[in-house]
Every structure is written in C-alpha cells, then in structure tokens.
Design a protein around this ligand. Structure first.
Ligand SMILES: NC(=O)c1ccc[n+]([C@@H]2O[C@H](COP(=O)([O-])OP(=O)(O)OC[C@H]3O[C@@H](n4cnc5c(N)ncnc54)[C@H](O)[C@@H]3O)[C@@H](O)[C@H]2O)c1
Length: 498
C-alpha cells in the first residue's frame, strides 16, 4: 500500500500513522505538497483530474455528505466511500481533520485493497473549531472537537434583523437557537412527505431536548401542494393545536415548504414566530432568505403571498446530502444566477462545477441576497435583478405544465436572456457561452423545445408585467446586470431569439 500524506497533517499524528503503517510492513511514500490544488473538498481539482484521466475509479469520503454529492455531480468521484466500496477502490481520498484521518485509516485498514492509494487531502480551507471553545457549548459535542467543522453566520437587516446560520450538522442546535429567540414555548414543524422520513426526527429531537413542546404537520411533497388547500389545512391544524402568539413555526424543507409555511405563520393570529430550515440548495441560497412567501392560485404561480421575514434561518448542509442530483442541480442554477448578476468570482467558482467549500458558496449567495434585500425589501427596484433569466423561465415552466422545474427553467432562461441582450446591443460582453458552459457543467439544460409564440404567450401572463412594459434583467457582462424596461413587443423579439 502507498500512503500519500499531505504536509499540513499534524506532525505527531503523522508520526503515529507512519509508525502504525510500519508495524504492518507496508511501503510508505510521503509526497509533501503534492496535493496543493485540493481545497479540502473531495470534489477538488485533484480528484477531478484523476477521474478524467480515466485510469482510476475514485470514491470519496467526507464528513459533509453534500461535498460528496457535489463531487459526484461534477464527476470528480464515482461514489461515496463506504464499507463496501472501500474494498474495491484504487485511490481513496480522506478529507478529515488530521487526527480523525488517522483514526479513519486505522479503522478501515483491514478493508482496504492491497495496492490502493490512500490520500489525506483534508483541512486546507476548512475552519476547524477549537474543541474547548464556545462552539462546543453552542453546537454540542457532535460537531466540535471531533472533526473539521464549518459554520458561517450572515446577519440580514430588513424590516426585521435575523441570522442565517450555515454549517454541517447544525440541525442539532435548532432547539437551542429557538429557545434563545422564543423561550421554552410550543412549535409546529411543517415539512413535506419526502423530507419527513429523513430529517423530521432530528429537528423535533433538537427542539424537544431544548424544552420546546412540538407538533408536526406533513404534507405531500411537490409544487402541486403549494396551494390554498394545504395552506388552510396548516392554519386549521395550528388552531386545533392551540398555538398562541408566543409560539412559532418551523419550515423544514425546500422552497415549497418555506413559501407555504411562511404564509401560514404570517396569517395565523396575524403572525407568530417563524424559522426557516432549508433542506434544498435552492432554498438555502434563495427562497429561505428575504421574506417572500406565497402559494399558487389556479391562474398562476405565487399569486397569493406576503412579505414576511423569518426570525432565523438555520441551514444544515448535511441535509443537502440526501437530495437527488437533479434537485441539487436546480439550486446550482440559482447559484450561477447570483454569479452572473453580482459576482464574477462566485461564477468562476462554480462554472466548472463546485470548486469551493459548499458552505462558502451558500454564504456568499446569502450575502448577495442580504445586500439586495436590505436595499429593496419590497421588490420595487434592485431586488428585481434577482429575476435574471426569470421572464423566460416562468414561460418555460408554464409551457411545460410545471414538468420542467424552476431551477432548470431559470438555467434555460439565463441563456435566452444573455443571448438576446447581446444580440440587441444591450450587453457590453457576450456571456452566453460562459453561461451555457456553466449550465452544462452543473447538469443543467441550456435550451427548450417551445416555440417563440408559445413562450411569448406564456410571458404575457407574468405577474411582473406592468401594463405594456416588463422589467427585463440584462447582463452587461458576467458579474454585472442592469434592469431595463422593455415593451411587450420587444419581449416577442427576445422569444424569437431563443
Ligand atoms: N420565496 C422565494 O423567495 C423563492 C425563491 C425561489 C423559489 N421559490 C419557490 O421555491 C419552490 C422551489 O423550491 P425547491 O426546488 O426547494 O422545491 P421543493 O421544496 O419542492 O423541493 C424539491 C424536492 O426536493 C425534496 N427535498 C427537499 N429537501 C430534501 C432533502 N434534504 N433530501 C431529499 N429530498 C428533499 C422535496 O420533497 C421535493 O420533492 C418553488 O415553489 C418556487 O416558487 C421561492
């Protein structure tokens, strides 16, 4: 066996590992600095380069399952490293805090195939908490002092101030955080039928452990549930359970759960406390922050809603680890969108698939949304920049009878908007190709089969239309967008340029 050890590995731990390996009569090769390009993420450039060489089957292990998912998505690894796959693989990347890497390798050594390469590539960008520091008190033993642990907080300042906390494993701190905000009261956790079997127990246990009395409400997963019937069922359930104004609601799920719970909490007793626990990437980077809530009406999407900010957003990135690749990709469309609108560096970090720590990417998106919401909470000006790609996206969703998801529709809508903006002479640079590449590298589509007439017709019923004009988001170049009022006739031209 060859063991490559990264130079950041703690010297004492390294010695222990070397001694232990020597005792097993194995060949040891130290390749200091060799993995300089790996950023503490299993899906880093090394894994990707090796997978592209096609000579190895690569499996990854990381404490954060969303990193594994991201790595799989960009084709950097074949699958997660587990008890079964470990015995099959040729190269093993372990991205853990050094002492845990030693423990991990010791525990798994009997299973590792003879001749396999084990590479420790953890810890480069990861923020490692001091085991005795306050995070241990705040987030519990499980997330501190044991493994590398990332936690970021973004403070949002709108009509209400609140924190967006992003980190792996922090669902266990939900109860503590809520008690700080609301005291020991009652809570209703609202979630959908897909999320309930995966994450409801964890959320409820944390709330109960903190002394909060909990009831939960589960509705059938899917956009079809985002309607007035589900909304009224939730309201009736809250009333049956005698929730009072001092109690609060938790939205545990994706954008559908967040939007519907957000509206329910603001209507029940004219408003109770509200916490968002986003479990999709889309909800984490977009819908859980900024206070837009809504349900769909027969005539269209999101037609009934209010602006109502939550008291806390707690995003446990481990929950993203149970998402399908498809739903994860939907969120990437929104991440790419933030990059094109505001931040070229963010765009560059995701255009070839995620090449940074997922928590950093989510936090950056939340910061960008925070800034725009602080300027224009009620969507009268700059907040409309967030609609980049959305005019055509809404048409595509509508034409597909909502078979095409919001994220995929936004991906296609961004391509159409960039192409049209350049062709019509509104952009300084043509960013169409860059967006197409970014979409492809993130498992997102770039075109649709609907005719310009179908798209235009659907766009006419867009709720963002004001009389004969529509506000269109134009990319001047990647990282900078502007708002442009255009007439519906021009929109017709845009649909033709698709
Ligand atoms: N309020 C806003 O500012 C805003 C912004 C953008 C989008 N939205 C709304 O968000 C909705 C789309 O959000 P979405 O894509 O999160 O949809 P979603 O909530 O329907 O989630 C997508 C799917 O993933 C499942 N899921 C969620 N978390 C999971 C997990 N951790 N593991 C496994 N499966 C999981 C869900 O059950 C669902 O099947 C739309 O209704 C859109 O209008 C709102």
């Amino acid at each position: 066996m060859v063991v490559s050890i990264k130079k950041e590995t703690d010297e004492v731990q390294l010695q222990n590992l070397v001694e232990w390996l020597k005792s097993l009569n194995l060949e040891i090769h130290r390749s200091e600095g060799e993995f300089e390009t790996v950023h503490g993420l299993v899906g880093g450039s090394l894994a990707r380069a090796l997978s592209e060489s096609g000579k190895h089957e690569i499996y990854g292990f990381d404490i954060n399952r969303s990193s594994i998912l991201a790595a799989k998505l960009v084709g950097a690894i074949k699958d997660e490293l587990n008890e079964k796959t470990i015995s099959e693989c040729d190269i093993i990347f372990v991205a853990l805090y050094p002492k845990d890497t030693v423990e991990y390798i010791c525990n798994h050594a009997p299973l590792i195939k003879k001749g396999a390469i084990v590479a420790d590539c953890g810890g480069v960008k990861r923020t490692v908490c001091d085991p005795c520091d306050s995070p241990q008190r705040r987030y519990g033993q499980q997330n501190s002092g044991k493994v590398g642990f990332i936690m970021k907080t973004v403070r949002v300042s709108a009509s209400k101030e609140y924190d967006v906390i992003i980190g792996s494993g922090i669902i266990n701190s939900l109860g503590e955080n809520c008690v700080e905000l609301f005291g020991k009261c009652r809570a209703i956790v609202i979630t959908d039928s897909n999320v309930a079997p995966l994450w409801l127990d964890k959320a409820v246990s944390s709330l109960k452990a903190a002394g909060i009395d909990v009831v939960s409400f589960v509705f059938p997963a899917g956009e079809e549930s985002k309607n007035k019937e589900t909304l009224f069922e939730i309201l009736e359930f809250m009333a049956e359970n005698r929730l009072t104004r001092t109690d609060f609601a938790v939205a545990l799920g994706g954008g559908v759960t967040g939007d519907i719970t957000g509206l329910a909490f603001s209507l029940y007793l004219r408003g109770i406390g509200f916490v968002q626990v986003p479990t999709t990437l889309l909800a984490a980077v977009d819908s859980s922050v900024g206070g837009k809530t809504a349900v769909n009406l027969t005539a269209g999407k999101n037609l009934m809603g209010v602006f109502a900010q939550p008291s806390l957003v707690l995003c446990d990135t481990n929950t993203l680890g149970t998402l399908s690749e498809d739903v994860f990709a939907d969120g990437m469309a929104e991440v790419i969108k933030y990059g094109v609108i505001f931040d070229k560096e963010l765009f560059d970090n995701v255009k070839n698939g995620i090449s940074d720590i997922l928590e950093d990417i989510i936090a950056r998106c939340v910061e960008l949304k925070r800034d725009v919401v602080a300027k224009d909470e009620f969507d009268k000006g700059d907040r409309q920049l967030l609609n980049f790609g959305h005019t055509m996206a809404h048409s595509i969703e509508k034409c597909s009878n909502f078979e095409i998801s919001h994220g995929k529709a936004v991906a296609i809508g961004m391509v159409i908007a960039a192409k049209a903006s350049y062709t019509l002479g509104w952009s300084e640079e043509n960013c169409t190709e860059e967006i197409i590449e970014a979409n492809k590298n993130n498992n997102l589509p770039c075109e649709c089969n609907y005719s310009p007439e179908e798209l235009f017709d659907a766009a006419l019923s867009d709720k963002k239309r004001a009389g004969d004009t529509i506000t269109f988001v134009v990319p001047k170049k990647t990282g900078e967008c502007i708002l442009k009022k255009i007439s519906v006739n021009v929109l017709k031209e845009i649909a033709k340029l698709k």
